[in-house]
Design a binder for this molecule. Structure first.
Ligand code: ADP
Length: 354
């Protein structure tokens, strides 16, 4: 049973980013909960084998001891399965889950009322836990450690606080910025997991599973093409798959092959490496306008007509991770791989630039 305590999790990213097909954050209007494609149990959760084995042991032990497990922290970039795992934990423990997020809790009182209504064993999922207001964070420390919350009664000078004992419950916190969590809060989690980007083989399995759920026949080679364009991120893989399904429906295809994936996604300007229009504009500007760099972030952003923050937080992490771009103290430099991807011969001294 899922109880949502607010209108949905907020996200750190700008409106501009959420318009991008290859954004790891949910796009507005997209089914955020995405129930249909969410695996229900650990067995259905693709990839992340070590994390799955750890969590399996952790949950089995709690079930055998018949106690609510320690609090769990899930850290990692958006779209990698943190919410999904929280739901799986509740499902495996056969307990209800309450969902909220740091930005949805505006006052400590909001959190106090959620905490004081939790049932024994319930899972409280707090997305973007690093964005909780300070006063709510302090209230949460006590609730997590002592299973107690101080409820304020009355107003003004006559106000007093009454300690309320809570049943044992499990907090699952999710964060994309683990470094922003204060250490007292971090210390209250008995189990911390870091989710990593998925290797292509795992994304292929994920696309194959999702296409079965969506009822489309996608060949193995088409799954490979899709997974290569998904930037290591399940949410992107599922989103691209839905667009490929549109293509299959409109073209009356009984089976989707690799050429269909290429053509369907080319419509959205997503290329063979998962780079979109903005990523390519950034690389193109560095290579053609700045001879490969180094170029400062602000100059680069002005050149592609974007906010510096968008270039820095949206494009660069993937371009750096995939070896297209290097950040140096003097600015951004395009690698030989970037030149070649644009169909150009790298300048001779390209490696001396970084
Ligand atoms: P996060 O909370 O980290 O932003 P979600 O849990 O909402 O990410 O996952 C985004 C989408 O990707 C969901 O539709 C989910 O079903 C799917 N997904 C994520 N990880 C996996 C996985 N390991 N196996 C299968 N589907 C996954």
């Amino acid at each position: 049973m899922v109880k949502q305590t607010d209108g949905g999790a907020g996200n750190d990213e700008s409106a501009e980013q959420s318009l991008r097909m290859v954004s790891a954050a949910p796009i507005e209007g997209e089914p955020v909960s995405d129930e249909e494609l969410r695996p229900q149990d650990l067995e259905g959760f693709i990839g992340q084998p070590r994390l799955k084995a750890q969590l399996d042991l952790f949950l089995k032990a709690a079930r055998k001891r018949d106690v609510a497990p320690d609090h769990i922290l899930l850290a990692g970039p958006p779209g990698l399965g943190k919410t999904t795992l929280a739901m799986i934990v509740a499902h495996e423990l056969e307990v209800p889950i309450r969902i909220t997020s740091g930005p949805a809790v505006q006052h400590a009182g909001d959190l106090a009322s959620i905490l004081s209504s939790l049932e024994a064993g319930e899972v409280l999922f707090i997305d973007e836990i690093h964005r909780l207001p300070r006063a709510a964070e302090e209230l949460l420390y006590i609730a997590m450690e002592d299973f107690r919350v101080d409820v304020m009664v009355g107003k003004g000078p006559g106000a007093s606080s009454i300690p309320l004992t809570l049943p044992r419950f499990t907090v699952i916190g999710a964060t994309t910025r683990e470094g922003m969590l204060p250490s007292p809060l971090r210390a209250r989690f008995g189990f911390t997991a870091h989710l990593d980007f998925y290797p292509p083989q795992e994304l292929e399995r994920l696309v194959a599973r999702s296409s079965k759920v969506l009822g489309i026949d996608v060949t193995g080679a088409a799954c490979t093409q899709l997974s290569r364009r998904s930037r290591g991120t399940p949410r992107i893989a599922n989103r691209l798959l839905r667009r490929v399904r549109d293509w299959a429906v409109v073209h009356d295809l009984s089976q989707v092959g690799p050429e269909d994936v290429k053509e369907a996604l080319a419509l959205y300007q997503i290329d063979s490496e998962g780079l979109d229009r903005l990523d390519l504009a950034v690389l193109d500007a560095i290579v053609r306008s700045f001879e490969g760099g180094p170029v400062g972030l602000n100059n680069l952003a002005a050149m592609v007509g974007e906010e510096a923050e968008t270039v820095e937080t949206v494009c660069e992490p993937y371009l750096v991770r995939e070896g297209f771009l290097v950040r140096t103290p003097k600015g951004r430099v395009a690698t030989a791989k970037a030149w070649e991807h644009l169909g150009l011969k790298p300048r001779e001294d390209v490696t001396k630039l970084f």
